[in-house]
Design a protein around this ligand. Structure first.
Ligand code: NAP
Length: 320
């Protein structure tokens, strides 16, 4: 008898941390995982290390810091005749010690390009693939974070994100511009700004496309996954102390395994079929913590800002 086809999920940045463990958890649930990664050898080894069975995943190259590479990824994905049933935008860079901005091949500041513009382009193009899928419960998920939100304890540490009037985007986002608000380069703020854009993108996707497509658009904060390589560019002392601080002082610590399970749940479980939601498990971990829909920061729920950010991002990625 012919086996029913497996559902297919694309996960960006599945070679480590939350993305890798999300890939593992979804493969365990019977999904076929397309690991969209910039280093395929590393991704292959990572999949083997966490015990993902051969045949449960496909590796396809993507460099989210290059818009051309994002387009090539979609061509390669389509060339394989795969159906897209869920998309998880997870990859990110965090480079807190940079003194000067790095640039994408297009000349845009690299943190915002990798975390936001590359994913924005990917979502816009792959929305067509999701629309074509016959799967009954298609979802698009983008990773958020508590540090996007100064109203939360985890988001109070400066610098705080602020897209301002998006003057940097409006001015073309190339040298000498390196921040979305057009102000001076600040690498931690660039990361937080990019995460605000991720959440605004989900908001706008939901507003523009949920009713007409039935696709569920969500975002989540998986908890403080203090041991992922996201912090590899921080001071070594920070990398040692941060997990201990989160484990024993704030209680916000979450293992990579648990964070991966949370991603998989938001992709696949029926109770997370709530478009427009930002899921969180809070930051004060007790056993069996339950998920809830959390209010996002004032600028991440600003509809006018969402629309302007969308239009300007579309222009920057060459879609407007
Ligand atoms: P991570 O372990 O550093 O994973 C980041 C992934 O993104 C890696 O696979 C990395 O690839 C990939 N990546 C980076 N730049 C890329 C590029 N240009 N093209 C393609 N892939 C690229 O970090 P993580 O902690 O798992 O973070 C994953 C997501 O969770 C991020 O969106 C982050 O904002 C979010 N998050 C994390 C935490 C936390 O506490 N860790 C909390 C809240 C939210 P390489 O392996 O090749 O470097």
């Amino acid at each position: 008898m012919e086996q029913p086809r497996k559902s297919t999920v694309v996960i960006t940045g599945a070679s480590s941390g939350v993305g890798l463990y999300g890939a593992k958890a979804l493969a365990q649930r019977g999904w076929h995982v397309v690991m969209a990664c910039r280093d395929l050898e590393k991704a292959q080894k990572a999949a083997e290390t966490v015990g993902m069975p051969q045949g449960s995943y496909t590796l396809i190259h993507i460099d989210l810091g290059s818009l051309q590479s994002v387009r090539r990824f979609v061509e390669n994905f389509r060339a394989r005749g795969l159906s897209l049933d869920a998309l998880v935008c997870n990859a990110a860079i965090y480079m807190p010690l940079l003194k000067e901005p790095l640039r994408s091949p297009e000349g845009y500041e690299l943190t915002v390009t990798t975390n936001h513009l590359g994913h924005f382009l990917l979502c816009k193009i792959m929305l067509e693939d999701l629309k074509r899928s016959s799967y009954r419960d298609r979802r698009l998920v983008i990773l958020g974070t508590v540090t996007h939100n100064p109203d939360e304890l985890g988001g109070k540490i400066p610098p705080q994100p602020d897209l301002g009037n998006l003057d940097g985007f409006a001015a073309g986002f190339k040298e000498p511009i390196s921040m979305i608000d057009g102000k001076e380069f600040e690498p931690v703020k660039a990361y937080k700004d990019s995460k605000v854009c991720n959440i605004l993108t989900v908001r706008e996707l939901h507003r523009r496309y949920h009713d007409s497509t039935g696709i569920t658009f969500t975002s989540l904060y998986p908890g403080c996954v203090a041991e992922t390589p996201l912090f590899r560019n921080h001071y070594p002392l920070f990398q040692t102390l941060f997990p201990l601080f989160q484990k024993y002082i704030t209680g916000g610590y979450v293992s990579q395994e648990l964070a991966g399970e949370r991603v998989a749940a938001v992709v696949a479980d029926p109770e997370y079929r709530q478009s427009g939601a930002y899921w969180s498990w809070g930051n004060r971990q007790k056993k069996d913590r339950k998920s809830f829909v959390q209010k996002v920061s004032p600028q991440a729920r600003d509809d006018e800002k969402a629309e302007r950010m969308w239009e300007m991002s579309a222009k920057l990625v060459g879609l407007a």
